[in-house]
Design a protein around this ligand. Structure first.
Ligand SMILES: Cc1ncc(COP(=O)(O)O)c(C=O)c1O
Length: 411
């Protein structure tokens, strides 16, 4: 028998460690320690924080549904019915009745024709952009797009361009630049968030959709911060885009719905075709275990509870946050009123932001601290998150402590 040259030939012999520089058995450890020192020197060390018994001005459970008795009961019942996990990918044997019910319910809630549930909002974005990407595609990504959108675009193999934040003019410039290039990409998608995660500001969805339609482009809208958290329960629906085939929505079930998971929400005549494409080509759908049944059942129950009353209460809490902080002249000009739950206060620097967050923790209040590199414009901020179930009077009292603490830290 002829020996297999690919296995035995001298040209394929792996170099022995001694052929080149000696192997440093501590190379990884040395590198990890150096990276840790750099983070410490820059004041950039993160920890895995728990909410604990603190007053919650930081979590994404905007409507307080994560702990709602009916949501808990639905999750528990699903564990009894299906077990702890889905045990397989959706395309193997992992699709359960609760996934189908959740997809139908998401369609009813958002006015979309088709839905596909993923194991998280992160994997939904990776999956959707991955399935739309490839060498013939161009993604125009807003400069403030979430990490999952950036990763999804980069991994997709598409050409990626970044447009100035919330600038329709810059999006149009990039659309025209593609058209006029010697080898224009035949498929273009503009990628935005309905409500941006750090600054909390809203994208001009109707105008962006109109621009995309004129240029034959898709508009991908990440509704992570607007699903069940803004008027009509969906920003795309509120903008009159629920039936638009060129608008592709992604969302998370882990914020206002208080559960876990993500979704692609599709509309228009080609919704079925796009869903089929996602089922067949989204790597995070194909090669990821299906959403756990407890999370799916919890999200399903939350959708029934995420009604206009709760969403209205959330908007009221957001107003209380901004109005109370604005009562302090030193803070007034630094408040960024968000379109959803997230409100921000600009801080003079990362150190002040961290010191205020730590001092508030000492006083029993959890707020989020955003600083470079997590802030797209380099400005450090305290992020104060509104929740529907906050009593307005108690909330205003807590915010007086927040304001006092910020001013003390900065004095
Ligand atoms: C805009 C945006 N998209 C996607 C995600 C990811 O969602 P999930 O936490 O469900 O993975 C987040 C969560 O932080 C987000 O803010």
């Amino acid at each position: 028998m002829v020996p297999d040259q690919t296995l035995t030939g001298p040209s394929t012999r792996l170099p022995a460690a001694t052929d080149n520089a000696p192997v440093d058995p501590r190379a990884w450890e040395t590198w990890l320690a150096a990276r840790s020192r750099v983070r410490a020197a820059r004041g950039m060390q993160r920890t895995d924080n728990s909410r604990g018994p603190l007053t919650d001005l930081a979590s994404n459970d905007y409507l307080g549904l994560g702990g709602h008795p009916e949501v808990r009961a639905a999750a528990a019942a699903a564990v009894h019915e299906y077990g702890a996990g889905a045990a397989a990918s959706r395309v193997a044997t992992g699709t359960l009745q609760v996934h189908r019910e959740l997809e139908r319910s998401l369609c009813r809630y958002t006015g979309r024709a088709e839905a596909l549930v993923f194991s998280s909002g992160y994997t939904a974005n990776l999956g959707v952009l991955g399935a739309l990407g490839g060498p013939g595609s161009l993604f125009i990504l807003d400069a403030h797009a979430h990490a999952s959108l950036i990763d999804g675009a980069r991994l997709s193999g598409a050409q990626v361009e970044t447009s100035e934040h919330n600038s329709l003019g810059d999006i149009e410039r990039l659309l025209l630049q593609n058209m006029q290039s010697p080898a224009p990409k035949p498929r273009v998608a503009v990628v935005v968030e309905s409500v941006y995660s750090v600054l909390g500001d809203a994208a001009p969805l109707a105008e962006a959709a109109d621009l995309c339609a004129r240029h034959g482009a898709l508009l991908v809208v990440d509704e992570a911060h607007s699903l069940a958290a803004t008027e009509h329960g969906s920003a795309a629906r509120a903008a009159g885009l629920a039936g638009s085939g060129h608008v592709v929505v992604t969302a998370t079930l882990s914020k206002a719905l208080g559960a876990q998971g993500g979704a692609a929400l599709l509309g228009g005549e080609s919704a079925g075709l796009l869903r089929e494409h996602l089922v067949n080509t989204s790597r995070t759908f194909l090669f990821d275990t299906a959403l756990a049944p407890a999370a799916a059942a919890a999200a399903l129950r939350s959708l029934d509870l995420a009604d206009p009353q709760r969403i209205g209460d959330l908007a009221r809490s957001a107003r209380v946050i901004c109005d109370t902080l604005a009562g302090h002249p030193e803070l007034r000009g630094r408040i960024e009123r968000g379109a959803g739950a997230v409100q921000s206060i600009r801080m003079p620097g990362a150190d002040a932001a961290m010191a205020a967050t730590a001092a508030l923790r000492e006083r029993g209040i959890a707020v989020a601290c955003f600083r470079p590199p997590s802030v797209p414009d380099g400005i450090s901020r305290l992020r104060i998150t509104a929740h529907a179930h906050q009593d307005p009077v108690e909330l205003a009292l807590v915010l007086e402590t927040v304001a006092r603490t910020i001013l003390e830290v900065e004095s």
